[in-house]
Write a protein that binds this ligand. Structure first.
Ligand SMILES: NC(=O)c1ccc[n+]([C@@H]2O[C@H](COP(=O)([O-])OP(=O)(O)OC[C@H]3O[C@@H](n4cnc5c(N)ncnc54)[C@H](OP(=O)(O)O)[C@@H]3O)[C@@H](O)[C@H]2O)c1
Length: 319
């Protein structure tokens, strides 16, 4: 009996794995649109999907990013200049994409553009510090999606939202985590709404990868700039040694980042080309072995482990 149960389990595992490997055909007929292609995941994705034969429309924030990408890719790849926070720019880009794709529609939309904003304790910040990451990561993503949706519906295609482990666990203060938690919420409701149209919506949750966004020196600079303008009260509560140690800790993250960005692009690839794409993809060792499992644990355990990483305050009773 035990033998047959084991054999059945192995067979199910094999079939599950086989199903996950089934791929769509006619890639060379399909158009995909990717935001934030100047650098990082978006840039690698644009180059990778161009090599695979897709018609890639790569949205770049800067002229220089667009020129550099064009120089490295085939004539099939087109770029558009796009600031996802500018509604008129988004509308124009969607119209341009509509003219390009015609009756085929848009097979893939990869919402990748994003920024980190300031990473610092919440009681150091003003509401303005939250606005920029929320504008780019959330409203920008929603704006691009809503404008491209008719084209994706036409192709019965795929939408891939790049979230973060910061959308599952809030590892620091500032607008990044709130924006990514909200991306997860938008992603989930959109996935259910689009089911009837045959559009698949997937979410990617990368751990910490080495890109411009995660540059610890830049994050430390921003944190220090905020510290310098804090009130004497807050400075007394946290103490001079706090800022020194926390900046060192921040810079220390450089030693354990994931270096291979292709892990994220492979998730995008599966979400676009598998006949049975997943709803969520975790990318990076830290995401798979620590952050995602921890996000399913009780809050008391999450707090215990995350608070252990924090630098102690000098004088929290000085309020
Ligand atoms: N790196 C990580 O550890 C990590 C982890 C989890 C999730 N993510 C997510 O992955 C995505 C890509 O980030 P990345 O790590 O590859 O960082 P990145 O290299 O900085 O790429 C982000 C891209 O978005 C562009 N961008 C910024 N603001 C924009 C705007 N308003 N409109 C359009 N494009 C804009 C940037 O352009 P410029 O280069 O010209 O500024 C850049 O090309 C983001 O959504 C990020 O939240 C990253």
């Amino acid at each position: 009996m035990l033998f047959w149960l084991l054999a059945l389990l192995i067979l199910c595992g094999f079939l599950w794995n086989y199903k996950r490997q089934l791929k769509i055909t006619n890639i060379t007929d399909k158009y995909i649109f990717i935001t934030g292609c100047d650098t990082g995941f978006g840039n690698l994705a644009a180059r990778t999907f161009d090599k695979k034969g897709f018609h890639v429309i790569a949205a770049c924030l800067t002229e220089s990013g667009s020129t550099a990408l064009k120089a490295e890719t085939s004539e099939r790849l087109h770029t558009v200049l796009l600031d996802v926070t500018d509604p008129e720019n988004v509308k124009r880009a969607a119209q341009w994409v509509k003219n390009q794709v015609g009756e085929k529609g848009l097979w893939g939309l990869i919402n990748n553009a994003g920024i980190l904003g300031v990473l610092a304790p919440n009681d150091w910040l003003t509401v303005e510090d939250y606005r920029e990451p929320v504008e780019v990561n959330l409203f920008g993503l929603i704006s691009v999606t809503l404008n491209m949706l008719p084209l994706v519906k036409k192709a019965r295609g795929r939408i891939v939202n790049v979230s973060s482990i910061g959308g599952r666990l809030a590892f620091g203060g500032g607008g990044y985590s709130p924006s990514k938690y909200a991306v997860e919420g938008f992603n989930d409701s959109l996935r259910r709404d689009m089911k009837a149209f045959g559009v698949h919506v997937a979410c990617i949750e990368p751990g910490l990868f080495k890109t411009n966004l995660s540059d610890p020196e830049k994050a430390a600079e921003k944190k220090l700039a905020i510290w310098k303008h804090l009130s004497p009260d807050i400075k007394q509560q946290y103490g001079e040694s706090y800022i020194k140690k926390s900046l060192e800790k921040l810079k220390g993250t450089a030693s354990f980042v994931n270096m291979d960005l292709s892990q994220v692009v492979e998730c995008m690839d599966h979400a676009l080309t598998s006949i049975f794409p997943k709803t969520r993809y975790a990318a990076g060792k830290d995401a798979k072995t620590f952050w995602i499992p921890l996000s399913h644990m009780p809050a008391v355990l999450q707090d215990f482990l995350l608070l252990k990483q924090k630098v102690e305050l000098a004088n929290p009773k000085a309020v």
